[in-house]
Design a protein around this ligand. Structure first.
Ligand code: NAD
Length: 322
C-alpha cells in the first residue's frame, strides 16, 4: 500500500491541500493518506511547530503532499520547512514553469547556500553563513544535468562576480554538464531574473543555489499567471515532498479564493514520482480543460472559488476515466 503523508500547514494550505488530496484519491483510490500537523498554527497551540516524532512520520511515508507554512520573521522561530528539508535530505527542489510558450524547469539546491541554517545574532550584527560545498553542488548539478539530457540545455544562475562561493558552484556545474554532454552556459542571477521574463524561450533547465532559486521561481511565476500556478517537488535519495511554490498567503486565507492549481499540479508530480505518469498526465489535462472552459479563481480573473475549481477538476478527471 502506497502511503502519502498530507500536511496542510497554515493559511491557504488548509484550502488547497484538501482539493489536491481529493483529486489524487480519485485517480488512485488504492493510496492510503494520513494527516500530519506542522506549522505556525500548531506552534501557537502547543509551543512546537514540528518535532522528531513528526519528522519520523513524514519519513515513514512514500511521499508527502504539503501545503504551506507561515514562518514569522522571528529569530527565535525555526523554519519548519528547513527542518523537514534537512531531516528528509530533500536536496533538489524542482520547480517547473509551464504555460503558453513557456517550458522551463528551475532546479534549486535545497539544503545549503544561504538557507544552511548556520546563523547567529550578536548585539550589533547578525550573521548567516552561505555554504556551497563540493558534495552538495555536485549532487544538484548531476540532478539538473540528468534532467537537461532529455531536454535542451542548462543555465547556471550565479553571482560569481561577487560571491567566491559561486565560483565553486559554477566550476562544478560546468564540469558536470561537460561530463553529461549537456550544453551549458552561466548567467548572473540579477540579469537572469530580467532576461527570463523578457525572453523565456532562451531558457530550459536552470540550476542555481538555494536563495537565488527561491527568488527566481517566484519571479518566473509571472510568466504563467502568478504564484497560484507553480507546483514543485522536493526530492532526495529516499524521500520526496510535493508542494506549491507559494506560501500560506495570510492575506487571502479562509476566503475560498486561493488558486489550487499549484497544489493540484504538485499532486500530479507526486503521482509521477510514485511511478504513475498516466494518472499525472490525466490530472494535468483535467486542469487544462477546466481552465480552458473559463473556470478560474480570482487571481486569474475568474470568479470560481477554491472548492468549486477543485470540484470542476474532479468532474473532468472522472470524465477522462469514463
Ligand atoms: P505567499 O506566497 O504566501 O503570497 C504572496 C502573494 O501571492 C500574496 O498576495 C498571496 O495572496 C498570493 N498568492 C499566493 N498563493 C496564492 C494562490 N494559491 N492563489 C492566489 N493567490 C496566491 O508569500 P508571502 O506573503 O511572502 O508569505 C506568507 C507566509 O508564507 C510567510 O509566513 C512565509 O514565510 C510563508 N511562505 C511559506 C512557503 C512554504 O511553505 N513553502 C513559501 C513561501 C512563503
Amino acid at each position: 500500500m502506497v502511503k502519502v503523508a498530507v500536511v496542510e500547514g497554515d493559511g491557504i494550505g488548509h484550502e488547497v491541500v484538501p482539493v489536491a488530496r481529493d483529486i489524487i484519491a480519485a485517480v488512485r483510490p488504492d493510496f492510503e493518506f494520513f494527516d500530519v500537523e506542522v506549522g505556525y498554527g500548531r506552534w501557537e497551540r502547543t509551543g512546537s511547530a514540528c518535532d522528531e516524532e513528526t519528522l519520523a512520520d513524514l519519513q515513514s511515508a512514500d511521499a508527502v503532499l504539503f501545503g504551506a507554512v507561515t514562518t514569522p520573521p522571528d529569530p527565535g522561530y525555526r523554519s519548519v520547512l528547513l527542518q523537514i528539508r534537512h531531516a528528509l535530505d530533500l536536496y533538489a527542489n524542482v520547480r517547473p514553469i509551464r504555460g503558453e510558450g513557456v517550458d522551463i524547469v528551475i532546479v534549486r539546491e535545497n539544503t545549503e547556500g544561504l538557507y544552511s541554517g548556520i546563523e547567529w545574532t550578536e548585539p550589533d550584527r547578525a550573521c548567516t553563513v552561505r555554504v556551497v560545498s563540493r558534495w552538495g553542488s555536485e549532487r544538484i548539478a548531476r540532478y539538473a544535468c540528468n534532467l537537461a539530457k532529455s531536454r535542451r540545455h542548462l543555465t547556471v544562475g550565479n553571482k560569481a562576480n561577487v560571491l567566491k562561493s559561486d565560483c565553486l558552484f559554477i566550476d562544478i556545474c560546468t564540469v558536470e554538464a561537460a561530463r553529461a554532454n549537456v550544453p551549458c552556459r552561466t548567467s548572473y542571477i540579477d540579469a537572469l531574473c530580467l532576461d527570463l521574463l523578457m525572453h523565456p524561450d532562451r531558457y530550459d533547465v536552470i540550476v542555481t543555489t538555494n536563495m537565488f532559486g527561491d527568488i527566481l521561481s517566484d519571479a518566473a511565476a509571472y510568466l504563467v499567471g502568478g504564484l497560484g500556478m507553480l507546483p514543485s517537488a522536493n526530492v532526495g535519495e529516499r524521500h520526496a515532498l510535493f508542494e506549491p511554490v507559494h506560501g500560506s498567503a495570510p492575506d487571502i486565507a479562509g476566503r475560498n479564493i486561493a488558486n489550487p492549481v499549484a497544489a493540484i499540479q504538485s499532486g500530479a508530480m507526486l503521482l509521477s514520482h510514485l511511478g504513475d505518469p498516466a494518472s499525472a498526465a490525466a490530472v494535468g489535462e483535467a486542469v487544462g480543460r477546466v481552465l480552458s472552459a473559463g473556470i478560474r479563481t480570482p487571481d486569474l480573473g475568474g470568479t470560481a472559488g477554491t472548492r468549486e475549481f477543485g470540484a470542476a477538476v474532479l468532474r473532468e478527471v472522472g470524465r477522462g476515466k469514463a
